[in-house]
Design a protein around this ligand. Structure first.
Ligand code: LMR
Length: 394
């Protein structure tokens, strides 16, 4: 049987990780995979996470199964973190998933189950793994215009025009904040127009929110998701704790199905639990328990928020430094958009050849579509990157 297997295309982001590791140059700069790194290039375990793990180690008496939905305290905590009081708790079905990717995968499975003919509208560009999972599941995708590489901003008119082509029962995948891979985000006014369009077409929104707290703040980054939740009949939300709690390998995510009609929540909850059972049975618990421990304890919550804010402000500062250095070198504001972008990423908007040139000649590793992980920089490497950008003729 195995002779029928073919080599699968390598994931570009993960392949870049390998390439970076294999590069012997000391001067190399890793702006690839979306993992936060401090100025020393280390991805630290957050202080509140360590404290929560200690507490769990001391207090946990069993590692028997949880429920199929995972730990209820986790679900409640993330529901509140993402949605606050935008909708009533009774309107929300939720299950723990293995990371944000697990939530995305389960959401797509649910879409396929509920409406096998649904097309999923995706921003151009979107996170490559969205496309890969959709293809794997045989779900048709329709790109909508999003990033304008000449301005580094959003082609909003194009976006709305494309979304108007959605049919009832189609799905529109949106990034709640900190758009991956571009870093360009909608304003709240623009979100309102998106919601109007969704309601006019009767398409169902799905929000992927993997970087809450990395953009403008925890509440600010969730504002769009809250607005959508309060103003559409149905919504799917895939949330991740990988980045904002720094617990990448623990695989901690939450899938929520929000319905205006609370009477639908029981079936929605049952469906999500059923999908968990079919795919991996019980979701991983350790990360979810860490998050629940933190968010149900005032002191740990304060500790976590403080560190998350340090992380967020650190990235913002690096953005400003990079934009300023490029302004100095080019004597123009061509790269000012880098300071306007939010989250972990910015798309430079240059060609794959130019990305390769920067890698070969300057040891700068960014994803082929010119996505840079801003957290991969520090004050020493900002000028190195800026010079590499200019040397590559961008
Ligand atoms: C990224 O976009 O780099 C992260 O979300 C990591 C991943 O799994 O691709």
């Amino acid at each position: 049987m195995f002779e029928n297997l073919k080599e699968q295309p390598a994931d570009k982001i993960l392949a870049l990780m390998e390439m970076y590791r294999a590069d012997p140059r000391e001067q190399k700069v890793d702006l690839g995979v979306g993992v936060y790194k401090n100025a020393e290039g280390v991805t630290p375990v957050m202080r509140a996470v360590k404290a929560a793990e200690k507490r769990i180690w001391e207090e946990q008496t069993s590692k028997s199964y949880t429920g199929l939905a995972g730990e209820p305290l986790f679900i409640e905590a993330i529901r509140k973190l993402v949605l606050a009081d935008a909708v009533a708790p009774e309107q929300v079905a939720g299950v723990t998933t293995p990371g944000g990717t697990g939530a995305v995968r389960q959401a797509f499975e649910l879409i396929k189950m509920a409406n096998p003919g649904a097309r999923v509208f995706v921003s151009d560009p979107t996170w490559p793994n969205h496309l890969s999972i959709l293809k794997y599941l045989g779900i048709e995708t329709v790109p909508y215009r999003y990033f304008d590489s000449t301005t580094g901003g959003i082609n909003f008119d194009g976006m709305i025009e494309d979304l108007q082509a959605a049919r009832p029962g189609d799905v529109v995948l949106l990034h709640g904040c900190c758009h991956n891979p571009t870093g360009a985000n909608l304003t709240l006014e623009q979100w309102k127009k998106v919601v109007e369009t969704l309601n006019a077409t009767e398409a169902l929104p799905m929000i992927d929110i993997a970087y809450q707290g990395f953009g403008d703040g925890l509440d600010e980054d969730a504002a769009a998701t809250r607005y959508v939740a309060a103003n559409v009949p149905e919504l799917l939300i895939a949330a991740s704790c990988s980045k904002n709690f720094g617990i990448y390998r623990e695989r901690t995510g939450l899938l929520m199905a929000v319905s205006k009609d609370a009477g639908k929540t029981k079936v929605n909850q049952g469906t999500l639990a059923y999908l968990n059972r079919q795919n991996y049975s019980f979701p991983p618990d350790h990360g979810a328990r860490i998050v629940a421990t933190i968010l149900h304890d005032e002191e740990l919550t304060a500790m976590w928020k403080e560190e998350l804010e340090e992380v967020r402000l650190g990235m913002l500062e690096l953005r400003k430094q990079l934009a300023a250095e490029l302004a100095r070198l080019t004597n123009s504001d061509r790269f000012a958009f880098l300071a306007e972008h939010r989250g972990m990423f910015s798309r430079l908007g240059c060609s794959t050849e130019e990305v390769e040139k920067m890698r070969d000649e300057s040891g700068i590793y960014m994803v082929g579509d010119s996505r840079m992980n801003i957290a991969g920089l520090n004050t020493k490497t900002v000028p190195i990157l800026a010079k590499a950008i200019i040397d590559a003729g961008i």
